[in-house]
Design a protein around this ligand. Structure first.
Ligand code: FAD
Ligand code: NAP
Length: 347
């Protein structure tokens, strides 16, 4: 086991927070995970698994073992009907998978283009964007339970995938080691989300309804680049809060006060509020103080300088939460996962 000591995690998290890991290990195969588990048990040591580090906030030097997922084999078998059954190890880069699927002519993942991070993290919060979620294509996952050492398979339905949610948030010792996705060819593009169809037409000069996965991917990349900060230049973890869901009575009450309220009907009769809109109404967009701030194009994205620490980011998040609760009566839930010196905590 190639264990390193006192390793800076700055380049392993997209907020660029400079904390260290007491012990650090690259996980290149299942045997590395098994050995890491033995090490943690023998040394009574806390552990943390990092993928691309694009959905977490580190607030302190970590006193235990930080594992970087580096397993990245992928296979692309296609059957006679043009169905791809893609098996990708957890450490494969998500957007590389999307790009390759589009190159091979498979449809479905293009709306999920340019989401940072790894394949193994995709089911953890059931990544979603522009009207599509990974749930629509997931077939099964392989899991290693870091507490018990058990290795098992979960079907997609057993993963309990919901809106930015899954069973993995309730079983934090379960590590996804491999993901299986099923994609077809020639499926109609998913264009019902706001600007997507118009952007396809603008970029290609063609009507959007028959657009190829590649044209949709180009449009999504164009939209994202024009609106979302690239963590390489401006550290961030994407949306800092989940969109809150309210019931019809709450919605009626809020609309009287805020006639422009942005609320999308959900399948279960609830309404999803655009958290970014709520934050924007309270004047936070473009706010800056010290090393932290709110992005000037999207109020849901908190940004920081590369010398800020995790607590500064969380202090800003708490001020925004308090303000939104005061004016809208809605509690914003933090989306990224939060870690201190020994493990996960909640705000
Ligand atoms: P990490 O940040 O490394 O980990 C996140 C959590 O998952 C941690 O608790 C970690 O321990 C756990 N984890 C990671 N890998 C595994 C594994 N293999 N098994 C078990 N647990 C694991 N998200 C969206 O849903 N939609 C978007 O459109 C979107 N856009 C984004 C845009 C930007 C600019 C940024 C910075 C982030 C965005 N995100 C988006 C959030 C983030 O990219 C996703 O949640 C992504 O799936 C996180 O992957 P990761 O590998 O970076 O996970
Ligand atoms: P946006 O297009 O400005 O829309 C604002 C919000 O309204 C989004 O959060 C979205 O909910 C909701 N929305 C818009 N059109 C909708 C529709 N037709 N039906 C249902 N809901 C609709 O959002 P954005 O910030 O530019 O992000 C674009 C997409 O990328 C969104 O899907 C967003 O979730 C995703 N994204 C996610 C992250 C992350 O870290 N989680 C970061 C960046 C972008 P949904 O969020 O449920 O789609």
């Amino acid at each position: 086991m190639d264990l390193q000591q006192n390793v800076s995690l700055k380049s392993y998290n997209t907020l660029a927070i400079d904390v260290t890991a007491a012990h650090f290990l690259e996980i290149k195969c299942l045997n590395d995970l098994r050995a890491a588990r033995d090490f943690c048990q023998q040394n009574n040591c806390p552990w943390l698994l990092l993928g691309g580090g694009s959905n977490l906030v580190l607030t302190a030097n970590f006193d235990g073992l930080v594992m970087l997922m580096c397993m990245h084999q992928v296979t692309w078998p296609e059957d006679a009907e043009g169905l791809f059954t893609i098996s990708a190890e957890a450490g494969y880069e998500w957007d590389a998978l999307v790009s390759e699927s589009v190159r091979r002519g498979a449809s479905g993942l293009e709306n999920l283009s340019l989401i940072p991070g790894q394949v193994g993290a995709a089911p953890i919060q059931n990544i979603g964007a522009y009207g599509v979620e990974v749930k629509q294509f997931l077939d099964r996952v392989q899991v290693f339970d870091f507490d018990s050492g058990d290795e098992f398979e979960l079907s997609a339905s057993a993963c309990e995938l919901g809106y930015r949610d899954s069973i993995f948030k309730r079983h934090s010792s379960w590590i996804v080691t491999q993901v299986e996705l099923i994609l077809g060819r020639g499926k109609p593009p998913q264009l019902n989300y706001g600007v997507v169809a118009d952007t396809v037409t603008k970029l290609s000069g063609q009507p959007a309804n028959n657009a190829s996965p590649q044209l949709v991917r180009d449009a999504i990349i164009y939209i994202r680049r024009s609106k979302l900060p690239d963590p390489i230049h401006i550290p961030n973890v994407g949306s800092f809060f989940k969109n809150p869901v309210i019931n019809a009575i709450q919605k009626q009450k809020l609309i009287k006060q805020w006639p422009g309220l942005v609320a999308y009907p959900m399948a279960d009769n609830g309404f999803k509020l655009a958290a970014g809109w709520l934050i924007d109404q309270l004047g936070w967009k473009g706010f800056k103080q010290g090393g932290v701030g709110v992005h000037d194009q999207q109020a849901l994205v908190l940004i920081c300088s590369d010398t800020a620490n995790g607590w500064e980011v969380l202090a800003l998040a708490q001020r925004i939460q308090a303000d939104v609760e005061k004016y809208f009566g809605v509690k914003l839930e933090v989306e990224p996962r939060l870690f201190d010196n020994r493990g996960e905590f909640k705000l």
